[in-house]
Design a protein around this ligand. Structure first.
Ligand code: PEP
Ligand code: MG
Length: 616
């Protein structure tokens, strides 16, 4: 039996339930219906099969998903959200409404002040979304309606944001789940102001490693970096907001950690390995010594990365590999250049279309694409991916039929081909950036050559006599595209492999699924073989291949990707320096041998074990 629990008293509830079950749930052995003799477990005999279960896990180790790399040695501090009490009945609707309005106003000021202290675009963007949520008319209407019925402002507000967050969560989509977390975060901020409760500043001793069921973006942003060395949450995955924030804070973190970690006593010494997604309790003197040595090595490495960031990326034996960045807007383009990126391998243009009621106009889009191109200059390549929405990423102004399998339905380029009006507007806007930079247009979610031909024909029609100044490429994120890489390469100038989706479609595992996250690993040999096939097909026609999925930023994967013949790595901005430094230590002979070795393996775990010396 496996017991799972959620909520503020989950740890206690789970342990009580586990004890009750272990004691037989009040049943005596004779109470059970007569089973066949060979499979008659009694309360006492249920312990037996456990001994034969494999693999036996290490009770001192708690594993989860790597959310932010790095190593920390510290002591456990359990963090629980404060429970805020409110009165159900209000005084007068007018007064309660005024109180709600004042609390929302104050919350806005708090978030704006927090946002002003941030230089990191990804963090600031999360807080900008919180500001929008504060003004969400549905949320506010719901609270006001309940105040009009005589409820207190706090009670009405709490009911409204919990309902809205709950509805989004039930939809089971990872993006909407994130949004539900944001709603709860903003909701609690306003609620605390209404109740006159100072939101628990996470006030902890030196060398703390926080363990929580969930950390909101506000909690995470307000962590005191001089005291909190890292954290683990039982919820969230590698792409959750909390993981993005941890990476931008530069502290190691694990999401989706084994819930047993919630039972660790405060003060328990632990080693948190964010790169491997493992937390080790009560480390031995030897383990501690090793961890401290690794921490000093990492500090030295960071110095080397700073130096490498300013140099041209190449292997130790002089093989050139471009290191470029994944970005969403012009601000990130500037950040990328400052971090040493040699261009942009993926501009996720859908961020321009998100969180609005109407599609952005050609002028609006062109302004952003031109600003990105200007930030990069004429030489650095800019790869703009056309709109990648649909299916699991809906847009309110782009109604698409309800689908049973949205991941297998109208997504990516299929949406663009179904809506040529939106597609052509976007292409015209992108093409306006052509005179300013080194422009590449890339189509997402390509599965067939017909799709590429149709999309390319529309692009060429819009480009007219500017066609020669634009390179055209496709993302390889569907196994079919990798399998036909050779004929596909005749149609385009380049490929960029989206390993996030390629992994999900190869392994048939939803990339945001909380239980499958650990197994949906792009270092699975099946995915690596598809990458190898893609490179082979492209190189046969003299076309270059990049990787823009998350694996390109993974230190364990870099040598293998290089060994498989990749020409470009498009990485997250903070990873630019480390990837360049790693390439400078690697020879092509070593990389090719590693790639050949891991292609012979059968599981992602074996691949990672083989590459463990490259872990951060
Ligand atoms: C990918 O699938 O690897 C990719 C880069 O695209 P996205 O993560 O935006 O779907
Ligand atoms: Mg993708």
């Amino acid at each position: 039996l496996r017991v799972e629990a959620r909520g503020p008293d989950a740890a206690e509830a789970a342990s009580v339930l586990a004890r009750v079950l272990a004691e037989g749930s009040g049943e005596r052995p004779g109470d059970a219906p007569a089973p066949s003799a060979s499979s008659a477990p009694t309360a006492a005999s249920t312990a037996e099969p456990v001994a034969t279960r494999s693999p036996v896990t290490d009770a001192n180790e708690f594993t989860g998903v790597s959310a932010s790399p790095g190593l920390a040695v510290g002591n456990v501090v359990q963090f629980r959200q404060q429970v805020i009490d409110v009165n159900e009945a209000g005084e007068s609707p007018q007064r309660e409404r005024a109180q709600l309005e004042a609390a929302r106003h104050q919350a806005r000021q708090q978030i704006e002040a927090l946002k002003a202290t941030l230089t990191d675009a990804s963090k600031a963007q999360i807080l900008a979304a919180h500001l929008e949520l504060l003004d969400d008319p549905d949320l506010n209407d719901m609270a006001i309606a309940s105040i009009s019925e005589g409820k207190g402002a706090g009670f009405a507000w709490r009911a409204a944001f919990q309902k809205q967050a709950g509805t989004l969560e039930k939809l089971g989509n990872p993006l909407l789940r994130e949004r539900a977390g944001d709603i709860r975060d903003v909701g609690r901020r306003v609620l605390a102001l209404l109740a006159g409760v100072r939101q628990a500043q996470i006030d902890v001793p030196q060398d703390s490693i926080l363990i929580a069921e969930e950390l909101s973006p506000s909690d995470t942003t307000s962590l005191d970096r001089s005291k909190v060395l890292g954290f683990c949450t039982t919820t969230g995955g590698a792409t959750s907001h909390v993981a993005i924030l941890a990476r931008s804070l530069g502290i190691p973190a694990i999401c989706g950690i084994d819930p047993r970690a919630l039972q660790l006593a405060d003060g328990t010494p632990v080693v948190l390995d964010g790169s491997r997604g493992s937390l080790r309790r009560d480390p031995s003197a030897d383990e501690l010594e090793q961890a401290h040595q690794r921490i000093s090595r990492q500090a030295a490495k960071r110095e080397a990365e700073k130096f490498a960031a300013s140099k041209l990326a190449m292997t130790a034996d002089g093989h050139r590999i471009e290191v470029v960045a994944n970005i969403r807007n012009a601000q990130e383009a500037r950040d990328a250049v400052a971090a040493g990126a040699e261009g942009v391998g993926l501009l996720r243009s859908e961020f321009l279309f998100d969180a609005r009621d109407t599609a952005p106009s050609e002028d609006e889009q062109a302004a952003e694409y031109c600003a990105v191109a200007e930030a990069l200059g004429r030489e650095r390549p800019l790869v703009v991916r056309t709109l990648d929405v649909g299916g699991d990423k809906p847009l309110s102004y782009l109604p698409l039929p309800k689908e049973d399998n949205p991941f297998l339905g109208l997504r990516g380029v299929r949406v663009s081909l179904a809506r040529p009006d939106i597609f052509r507007t976007q292409l015209r806007a992108i093409l306006r950036a052509a005179p300013l930079g080194n422009l590449h247009v890339m189509f997402p979610m390509i599965a067939t050559i017909e799709e590429v031909q149709s999309a390319r024909r529309i692009l060429l029609e819009e480009a007219g006599d500017r066609a020669a100044s634009v390179k055209v490429g496709v993302m390889i994120e569907v196994p079919a595209a990798a399998l036909i890489a050779e004929p596909l390469a005749r149609e385009v100038d380049f490929f960029s492999i989206g390993t996030n989706d390629l992994t999900q479609y190869t392994l048939a595992m939803d990339r945001g699924h909380p239980q499958l996250a650990k197994q949906a690993d792009a270092l699975h040999p099946a995915v690596l073989r598809l990458i190898g096939m893609t490179v082979e097909g492209a190189h046969r026609h003299g076309k270059w291949v990049g990787i823009c999925g998350g694996i390109a930023s993974d230190a364990m994967a870099v040598p293998v990707l290089v060994g498989l013949g990749i020409d470009e790595l498009s990485v997250s901005i903070p990873a630019v320096g480390s990837v360049k430094a790693q390439l400078a230590r690697l020879t092509m002979a070593e990389a090719s041998k590693l790639a050949a070795d891991v292609l012979r393996l059968g599981t992602a775990a074996e691949v990672r074990a083989h590459l463990s010396r490259f872990a951060d």
